[in-house]
Design a protein around this ligand. Structure first.
Ligand code: F0G
Length: 352
């Protein structure tokens, strides 16, 4: 079996790297593309998910972060800074630790999932919790980036370079370009990066292009409604963003791909969240499940052709947000010894 040495090594011909670029890796990328057998049958499409939650820090951010941090190091910077709804901060903190750099993360106080906060702490980042939301945090960190300080949010072009590799992997694993490529949209970096990847692959290899499907949460849907959301709100805290930095790039990608962007309610997100885990054995965080909810909504509206090959990106691991998982499942009372015996009896052969 070939050893996987991470994205920079695997895709160096596609990335702005040279001999001088540090060989940084936590062996990110090469994430599974899983066929959803049950949902495909039920929905009459050929549905796959790219499980980005299997990346080293549990989200797609590692693809971009490995590049941003390697380039920051190459350019002689010593400090990393970012604003984050959680996953970027976890990833920056991990790659910062790996590269021996100081990492500062600015997060909306009380509004990031517990697992993500635990990660930033464990990797040794300096955490600044602000009263405002992500959009305000991003404005703050944009001001402090300078000579020695690298801003590693997706406004850093190296982030998008790393993240475009999801397109290459998808085509290589599927053996073709999917008809539809669906993903959740927050700050809009990932949809822009994926499109860049599909276009570059098409240019070099003569492949076709997919149609993009972007999904936002109803309470944080600036691109869908074409207006800034001053107070974005959604259970999918990862995409609780009201004024995306890559808004223009995303609109462009959607237009070029003849794609669409739609929003789904928190209820629809949580239904997809439970459905994916209970019917396919895949536990992805709520923001990721907006993808699945969006696909379902397009199908129900008759806007997605039966038989299409659809790849949905599950951007982050479900374990990142244990609190939501516990909340959506009703508490079952603990079984006493007596009840347990009765319960065991009910499982005896012949009775189930
Ligand atoms: N899904 C997850 C799990 C995310 O963490 C994010 C963004 C997105 C989707 C949206 O991606 O911003 O490129 O459109 N999280 C950022 C963060 C904002 O700080 O971790 P996007």
């Amino acid at each position: 079996m070939k050893r996987w040495n991470g994205l920079i090594d695997e895709y160096k011909e596609w990335l702005p790297v040279s001999e001088e670029t540090p060989q940084l890796t936590l062996q990110e990328g090469n994430t599974p593309l899983i066929h959803l057998t049950n949902l495909s049958k039920e929905w009459g499409i050929n549905l796959y998910v790219k499980t980005e939650g299997t990346n080293p820090t549990g989200s797609f951010k590692d693809r971009g972060m490995v590049m941003a941090v390697a380039k920051a190091k190459e350019e002689g910077k010593s400090v990393l800074i970012c604003a984050s709804t959680g996953n970027t901060s976890a990833s920056a903190a991990a790659y910062g630790a790996r590269a021996g750099m100081r990492t500062i993360v600015v997060i909306p106080d009380g509004r990031i999932a517990l697992g993500k906060l635990a990660q930033a702490k464990m990797y040794g980042a300096e955490i600044v919790a602000i009263e405002g939301n992500f959009d305000e945090a991003l404005n703050m960190v944009r001001e402090v980036a300078q000579d020695k300080v690298a801003l590693v949010n997706s406004v850093n072009p190296y982030r998008l370079e790393g993240q475009k590799t999801i397109a290459f992997e998808t085509i290589e694993q599927l053996g073709k370009v999917p008809d539809i490529f669906a993903l959740p949209v927050g700050n809009a970096g990932n949809i822009s990066a994926a499109w860049k990847g599909f276009k570059e692959y098409a240019e070099r290899k003569g492949t076709t292009l997919p149609v993009l499907l972007g999904v936002q949460a109803d309470g944080a849907a600036p691109i869908v409604y074409d207006r800034v959301f001053e107070e974005p709100e959604t259970v999918a805290t990862a995409i609780r963003i009201g004024n995306p930095a890559s808004w223009g790039l995303a609109k462009n990608a959607l237009a070029e791909s003849n794609g669409a962007i739609l929003s789904v309610t928190d209820k629809e997100i949580l239904e997809a969240y439970s459905l994916l885990a209970s019917s396919e054995g895949i536990f992805a965080e709520p923001a990721s499940c907006a993808t699945v909810a969006g696909i379902k909504k397009r199908l129900d509206a008759g806007l997605l052709a039966k038989g299409s090959t659809v790849v949905g990106v599950l951007t982050g691991n479900g374990l990142k947000d244990p609190e939501t998982a516990i909340l959506v499942n009703e508490d079952k009372p603990l079984l006493s010894r007596e009840h347990f015996d009765a319960f065991l009896g009910s499982l005896k052969v012949g009775s189930i």
